[in-house]
Design a protein around this ligand. Structure first.
Ligand SMILES: [Cu+2]
Length: 688
């Protein structure tokens, strides 16, 4: 590999766009395949990113967040979200305890304890995980550091705290580590708390208060090419609102154990393993923060575990990786509706077994090729359910009897393929073109929701859904083309993509859904079904450095998702972000940084409409359009001797707006949740 390409690829593949990570209270965002220059955006985070790691995704090209609550941010990438995105936490493919994704994986470790968040731009490699259908993201918790070779025993750590006015929120986090060159132990804890946020004037947004404690502990070992780590992370979320869902969080409790071992055998050979075990409990309620007609709670559990093993070896002019992955999860959910118990998910199991191989290397001067193939087998089953006798007349009993009599065991087998070519046209221009076939098996909610319910993995569209045992797995054919032009002072990196999705899973009006609706009818149901769809768009990042002190950075995202077999010709997919962009002027001198940021979101009129003239129906809730908006934010930061003081004003003009990805108040499908009004925040952190 020649030096020019080496440099180009190094800059294309892994730019942590936050230089002074040592002295940050925030996670370092690593965008693999990004042209973003060091320091871009990451140095001026929005204040919600101080508690919620998912918020940082708004700064990543192509990414966004479906926000169902202050701690419930669901990752979205190029119009795909939820279970279509593969997310790992400390290497573990964590499972949600909430069947409505009240605890999406990125919420497990709070932002102050998250070390890095890695996002693969464009087509994610097959090595990044099973079902990396719509993208791959990896969060790593902070774990302290080993001593350098010439050091004895060292201690390191970070302490941070912050306040934000809009919800009277505060957080504090502390991490301490002691280490020599070979051994390392660390311990951390954090606490966040806030009230319902203010929208404008004195109007408050209900169901947005939050309360969470977390701690992590671990041990690390390194010597002569061996690296071993064992970590535990515990999340204890207390009373926390999820305004876009029908219930709020009473608690999410539990932990994730993971252990990893890697061995560098030399000559390009490397062994990497990872195992995890997870157990969590969750209680949600519709009367904790609201006054419903009928009180309802849902008590859920998850127990999961997994193992990964991969070997790297040199082959031809590159590295060949061969690996196996597997995980299992078990889910239960029991609802109390008034005095009646309904068993929604009983002994649900979803297991995945997979093997993959990937080769990345040089095939010509200035040209790198990545080829990957993964085979995956997914198996799932659900136990018999009980209860619900008297709801909606006899309908629920009919649904239950049919479900219990059905064969509920399902197998899915598929092969993912990727081919990505990267070529350096000149020292300032790189081009990347990728093709892939990616697959995803239906989730347990999509298969096993046996009577209408709104537990839909955080879909939050105001409708109730019915599962479908006849679902096929989704197959996406993906094309991605990117250019990265960069000089000393400037960069422009646009990427266009086109995804055709065969058997895309979406809710439709069906006769089964109509039957399950029964006499209740209040929130009409849809049934998970396979359709044909495509998604296409562009995401772009660009910037210019004027001098050592002043620079400008900007990003632009556009995605359109459409159904291709719609009976009415109305074709848009649900919860797709409108055209949006961000521009930031940053001034830095000595330890001082100041930034002015403009955020722009266009109107979203391309909303989902699932009407089917062939099915007689009462109306379900259609997706609402949203108006565009602009926001101005001001941020400042000062750093001296490891102490960082940050402050800022968000939504300076104190205007009221609605986030198209923010859902509806009380899951009602009509009243959009408003965004926070003017927020003044301050943070203090110290690293040693
Ligand atoms: Cu929940």
């Amino acid at each position: 590999m020649n030096t020019k390409l080496n440099l180009a690829i190094a800059s294309v593949l892994a730019i942590p766009f936050q230089v002074s990570a040592e002295h940050e209270q925030l996670p370092t965002i690593v965008v693999e395949g990004s042209a973003m220059r060091a320091g871009t955006f990451g140095t001026a985070p929005d204040s919600s990113g101080l508690k919620d790691t998912a918020s940082l995704l708004k700064r990543v090209p192509g990414a966004n967040v479906n926000r169902n609550g202050p701690l419930t941010g669901i990752a979205s990438y190029r119009g795909m979200f939820g279970n279509r995105i593969n997310i790992s936490i400390d290497g573990a493919n964590m499972k949600e305890v909430g069947p409505n994704s009240m605890d999406p994986p990125l919420s497990h470790i709070p932002a102050p304890l998250t070390g890095t968040l890695t996002v693969h731009r464009g087509i994610s490699p097959v090595s990044s995980g099973i079902e990396s259908f719509g993208g791959s993201m990896h969060a790593e918790s902070k774990k302290g550091r080993f001593a350098a070779e010439d050091e004895d025993i060292i201690t390191s750590g970070t302490a941070s705290m912050g306040y934000s006015s809009v919800e009277d929120g505060h957080y504090g986090a502390l991490l301490g580590s002691a280490a020599n060159q070979n051994h390392k132990v660390y311990l951390s804890g954090s606490k966040e708390q806030g009230l319902n946020y203010r929208i404008k004037d004195n109007e408050k947004q209900p169901n947005t208060k939050y309360d969470r404690e977390a701690f992590t502990a671990g041990y690390g070992y390194q010597r002569d090419g061996h690296e071993f780590g064992i970590n535990y992370s515990n999340n204890n979320t207390g009373h926390t609102g999820t305004p876009a869902l029908p219930m709020d969080i009473v608690y999410v409790r539990g932990g994730l154990y993971d252990a990893n071992y890697s061995w560098d055998l030399g000559n390009g050979y490397k062994l990497k393993t990872n195992v995890f075990y997870q157990k969590m409990r969750h209680l949600m309620s519709n009367f904790l923060m609201r006054s419903p007609a009928t009180n309802m709670t849902n008590r859920t559990e998850v127990e999961a575990g997994g193992i990964d093993l991969a070997v790297d070896m040199e082959l031809f002019n590159g590295v060949l990786t061969v690996g196996v992955n597997g995980d299992q999860s078990n889910h239960d959910a029991n609802i109390m509706m008034g005095a009646m118990a309904i068993n929604y998910f009983n002994g649900v199991e979803r297991d995945r077994y997979s093997i993959f191989t990937e080769w990345t290397g040089d095939i010509a001067e200035d040209t790198e090729l990545e080829l990957g193939a993964r085979y995956a087998h997914t198996w799932s089953d659900a136990g018999q359910v009980s209860g619900g006798m008297n709801m909606s007349g006899a309908t629920t009993a009919t649904d239950r009897i049919a479900f219990n009599a059905a064969d509920r065991s399902r197998n899915f087998n598929f092969v993912d393929l990727t081919a990505i070519l990267r070529h350096s046209l000149s020292s300032s221009l790189d081009i990347e073109v990728g093709l892939a076939r990616k697959n995803r098996a239906p989730t347990y909610q999509e298969l096993y929701l046996w009577t209408r319910n709104s537990a839909t993995g955080g879909f939050a569209d105001g409708n109730t859904y019915l599962g479908n045992l006849e679902l096929e797995h989704e197959t996406a054919y993906q094309f991605d083309l990117g250019f990265d032009w960069h000089t000393e002072n400037a960069y422009v990196a646009p990427r266009v993509f086109y995804h055709y999705v065969d058997n895309y899973i979406q809710g439709l009006e069906t006769s089964a859904a109509a039957a399950s609706r029964g006499m209740g009818g209040a929130s009409a149901s849809l049934q998970w079904s396979n359709i044909e769809a495509h998604l296409y768009g562009i995401d772009l990042e660009a910037g210019y450095t004027f001098n050592d002190n002043l620079r400008f950075d900007a990003g632009l995202n556009y995605v359109r998702g459409e159904r291709l077999d719609s009976p009415t010709g109305d074709t848009d997919l649900y919860r797709i972000a409108p055209l949006n962009g961000r521009a930031q002027m940053t001034y830095e001198q000595a330890g001082f940084m100041g930034a002015i940021e403009g955020v722009f979101y266009a109107d979203q009129g391309d909303v989902a409409n699932l009407d089917d003239p062939n099915v007689t129906t009462t109306s379900y809730r259609r997706e609402q359009k949203t108006k565009g908006y602009m926001l101005m934010n001001l941020r400042g930061k000062y750093e001296f001797h490891g102490v960082v003081v940050g402050t800022g004003i968000e939504n300076v003009l104190d205007t009221k707006h609605f986030n198209h990805l923010g859902g509806y108040q009380n899951h009602d499908g009509t009243t959009r949740i408003a965004m926070p009004g003017r927020n003044i925040y301050a943070t203090l952190s110290y690293n040693w």
